[in-house]
Design a protein around this ligand. Structure first.
Ligand code: FAD
Length: 336
């Protein structure tokens, strides 16, 4: 049994920063994440994209932000259970919680902070027969490192910002040898600027734009070698490629947390903005996973929520102690 002061479910940016804020109050944290690495959406979906609205950083790559948050949390020695999903929670007679993962690892603490973001990541997959046989053998649902596609032929499909942005990135920076963007409609859902840029790159011969078409088949010997595209008027044709990258977004799903007796509204956990507590005393929800009036799913808002939630957690754990806010400039950081 792993014992700690605060169990944080979700090691995304918000969970990581909460470790730091809890550490300032001498509270220890242990993070659980179903992904094999920390960083949440920043590491899993867009590690190489610059973020422009982190206070004090005019621009920072999402992956670098996570590296910095890990460094900032390090003095407080957080524990990690990675690659395991939190599936159940129970209350003990001592007013603590036991959180158990799908692999049976148990964690005990008086406080649970759910920083589960979008939930367990589930990419939307197109219904193509045998597609799963090519996963990680040329089929990727998320672009983690664009350099992986250096000199390769790529077929991207989708009509949103992700599909547009990555087609532009891989073509404009001359990373991929060939970029084809396949979309089933003639208009796109993404930003107008991005749509215009794709059109310009298509005119310049850097993107092969195939609209009113869908990828309907995939082939290759042990790895992707071609896809079959069905065009509304031209019918089926085969295109040679090294990668097929369907970018249809992620299915938001709270997963098992939805059955823990928490108040849920539209797949998010309802919290009191006083301290981001849920309807179950001792359980808090911070970051993208929570909802309240005027909620913004932004990293900086999650940082604020985690900061206030640990103050409330401190009062629950130490009802007899008064916590006085101390500036880090005055007290510095004294880790564990
Ligand atoms: C393409 C893109 C661009 C973005 N750009 C910006 C931007 O410019 N500025 C900005 O502020 N925000 C941006 N965002 C949003 C930002 O990434 C999120 O607001 C932020 O990641 C939320 O952090 P979080 O820690 O709450 O959740 P997440 O980053 O979603 O992390 C949650 C973690 O919880 C884990 N988890 C969930 N359920 C369980 C469970 N049951 N057991 C174990 N682990 C679990 C997940 O695996 C995940 O790792 C962007 C998002 C995307 C997709």
């Amino acid at each position: 049994m792993i014992q700690t002061d605060i169990i944080i479910i979700g090691a995304g940016p918000v969970g990581l920063f909460t470790v730091f804020e809890a550490g300032l109050l001498k509270l220890r944290c242990h993070l659980i994440d179903s992904l094999p690495q920390a960083g949440g959406q920043c590491s899993e979906i867009y590690p190489k994209k610059p973020i422009y609205d982190i206070p004090g950083f005019p621009s920072i790559l999402a992956g670098d932000l996570i590296d910095n948050l890990m460094e900032q949390a390090a003095p407080f020695k957080p524990g990690f259970t990675l690659g395991e999903a939190a599936v159940s929670i129970e209350k003990t007679a001592e007013d603590k919680f036991i959180v158990t993962t799908n692999k049976g690892t148990q964690h005990e603490a008086p406080i649970v902070m759910i920083a589960g973001g979008l939930g367990v990541f589930e990419p939307r997959k197109p219904p193509i027969e045998g597609l799963e046989n090519y996963e990680d053998k040329g089929v990727e649902y998320i672009i983690k490192d664009p350099e992986f596609y250096q000199g390769k032929r790529c077929v991207i499909s989708g009509g949103g910002d992700s599909a547009l942005d990555w087609s532009i990135f891989l073509a404009e920076k001359n990373i991929a040898k060939e970029v084809a963007l396949v979309h089933r409609r003639s208009s796109f859902r993404g930003h107008l600027d991005s749509v215009q840029k794709v059109m310009d790159l298509a005119d310049a011969g850097k993107i092969k734009l195939i609209t009113e078409a869908e990828v309907v088949g995939i082939g290759g010997n042990g790895k992707v070698e071609n896809v079959v595209i069905n065009h509304l008027t031209q019918g089926d044709f085969t295109m040679e490629t090294d990668h097929f990258i369907p970018l249809f977004g992620l299915k938001p799903s709270l997963g098992p947390i939805a059955d823990w007796g928490l108040e849920i509204d539209k797949n998010a956990i309802v919290v009191d903005t006083l301290d981001y507590s849920t309807n179950i005393p001792g359980i808090y929800a911070i970051g993208d996973v929570n909802t309240y009036t005027n909620k913004l799913k932004l990293i900086l808002c999650g940082f604020h929520e985690g900061t206030l939630a640990v103050q409330s957690a401190f009062a629950r754990i130490h009802p007899d102690k008064k916590n006085v806010l101390k500036y880090t400039t005055v007290n510095g950081i004294s880790g564990f």
